[in-house]
Design a protein around this ligand. Sequence first.
Ligand SMILES: Nc1ncnc2c1ncn2[C@@H]1O[C@H](COP(=O)(O)OP(=O)(O)O)[C@@H](O)[C@H]1O
Ligand SMILES: [Mg+2]
Length: 242
Amino acid sequence: MSEPGTRPMIEVRGVSKAYDGGVVRALNGIDLRVEQGEWVSLSGPSGCGKSTLLHLVAGLDSPTAGSIVVNGREIAGSAELDEYRRSELGLVFQFHYLLANFTSLQNITLAMFGNKRSRKERVAYARELLGDVGLVAKERQLPSTLSGGERQRVAIARALANDPAIILADEPTGALDSAATAVVLELLRGIQRERGVTILMVTHDPGVAAAGDRVVYMRDGQVVADAAAAHGVGAEAWRGVG
Ligand SMILES: Nc1ncnc2c1ncn2[C@@H]1O[C@H](COP(=O)(O)OP(=O)(O)O)[C@@H](O)[C@H]1O
Ligand SMILES: [Mg+2]
């Protein structure tokens, strides 16, 4: 596995996004580069454009202008976004979006729909992923019988179902208490280390942002600061732009 910093995984160049015929300018000339294996936190106040940028990188919406190259492929305007998401991305949101009538294990195996594994291999791999998030004992439980933190851990295991190169997470700890937040951040750190996964995580919380390697601060649709996150540097920079 190559070291972080050797190859760009996400390259956003000159990206703008307008809504409502230009009345709302959510993003205004964004440049952002995330290296393979790096964890970048996108932070900044509510409404600054974090989710918009993440959704564009996820191919859930398309930019008004600019280029987004992910793992060597241009996704702005691409017609193969379903395939892109399935093969490259694991998505985690503030809310878990687990299917209520399916068990933890089934929620993960269902996410493997369309991949090359046999049914038996899917179940075995889903169990392994549940083990990675510490929930093997809860494989038969429905989401409603899990705690909020446990549900989010299942959602993270589901995000890994197709071995993504990249995890895109939008406020993944936004609905969790501080203990569950710490567990989720530690899990993401382990996933980054052990699988070499690149992480782009949106959070408005400077303490959560500092869990990444680098914090990129946005304001009014622009990048206004970019700092290594070690030793609380991120939180200091946050105060600087607030
Ligand atoms: N679908 C949409 N239609 C119109 N305006 C939108 C839409 N999505 C986001 N916006 C606007 O774009 C700006 C950035 O929103 P968003 O990216 O959700 O911010 P953040 O995630 O940083 O809180 C806000 O002013 C928001 O109201
Ligand atoms: Mg948001």
